[in-house]
Write a protein that binds this ligand. Sequence first.
Ligand SMILES: Cc1cc2nc3c(=O)[nH]c(=O)nc-3n(C[C@H](O)[C@H](O)[C@H](O)COP(=O)(O)OP(=O)(O)OC[C@H]3O[C@@H](n4cnc5c(N)ncnc54)[C@H](O)[C@@H]3O)c2cc1C
Length: 398
Amino acid sequence: MSRKMWRKPPVKSHYHVVIIGAGVHGLSVAYHLAKRGITDVAVLDRTYVGGGNSGRNTQIIRANQRTAENVVFYDEALRGWERLSQEVNFNMLIDQVGLTTLGHTDFSLERLRLRAEVNKAVGVESMMIGKERLQELFPFLDLSDRPRLPILGALYHPRGGVIRHDAVVWGYASAADGMGIDIHPHTKVGAIRVKDDQVTGVSAVGQEISCDYVVNATAGWCSTIAEMVGVRLPIITVPLQACVTEPMKPIMTGVIMSGDLAAYFYQTDRGEFVMGAEIDPYTSYSYRTTLPTLEAMASAVVEIMPCLANVNVLRNWAGICDITPDFSPIMCESPEVKGFILDCGWGTYGFKTAPAAGYNVAELIRTGEPPDTIKPFSITRFYENRPVDEKASAGTAH
Ligand SMILES: Cc1cc2nc3c(=O)[nH]c(=O)nc-3n(C[C@H](O)[C@H](O)[C@H](O)COP(=O)(O)OP(=O)(O)OC[C@H]3O[C@@H](n4cnc5c(N)ncnc54)[C@H](O)[C@@H]3O)c2cc1C
């Protein structure tokens, strides 16, 4: 008989590490802790495994950010995705179809050129392409002068693409469980216990669990968790929406993004078009979708590829994103509460970073020191006025 993806162990009264959030981040940290022999670990989630943004995102992976700090980190993650299916013996359906970011104004072309140069300097393949190459890559693109903002050129990143988010969640969960990690869905953390500025445990669905470390990997909910230990995060929570159309014949390969039009899309291997939008213009913890956002993303996509004008949208959905002022993540131990580990600030772009975040946060817990790659992403940067200004973290303009 085949093994279940993960066991249903009883909740123990003590764990060395309690990870709050069974999304890609919590599960990746658990997986990397287990690889280091640290298996006295529980992953708790208020809902089902992957029920947060990890099962709601549009699956895009890439490493063509703008700042050197982020390009190095995202490239480490992309290399992680490239080996992960084999490493955990679970097919995550990675598809590096290439990622094209359109420029519709001189100003955005200038910014894309800057990214290409930073990418190349750090060793990430990324180049500017003109309309001729765009026409070859995407025969149905409207490259005429007709649109409100005509396409002028693009940044092309061949190693970008997609990886199936449900497969990723299950692959990580199954691999971590197989090494002895306890995964407890439907186990909401209601309080975190702290004594003498040191984490001592959590209270989850009425049960007290003592522990030495608590990892906050709760994305849009991370401020509510930090509040439990009296830590204020420089993070706002904002909904992000996406949608998917009915399937069509395959007409394009690759991901197209447009910061100027605040939308992105690609055709899946089933023929559907997945489309994403700009964040909602207000903070909220709501998972509700809205017609204005659906209209905005659909009209932007139709402007780029008019042949999609009569395609029906099958469904749309939302997640809630944890956005920092500089659009870079926060990975560190809280300077205020010992043992309280932050793995958050992943905004609209954090799915793609899970392999590198899990590796580095596990190292931080094992050694007590942040590895060099994540040193720039400490929360202290906001107190010391050294933001890592990552304007290219999102495919859209925010
Ligand atoms: C529509 C949309 C499209 C996106 N597209 C992309 C993309 O293409 N590429 C990309 O890289 N990123 C994308 N993102 C962002 C990405 O999905 C997130 O950054 C990433 O999934 C965050 O993962 P996580 O594991 O930190 O959080 P999540 O997957 O959100 O997991 C957090 C978990 O914490 C749990 N939790 C919260 N409070 C508690 C509590 N009190 N007790 C126990 N558990 C709790 C939640 O139930 C949840 O399961 C997108 C996001 C959205 C919404």
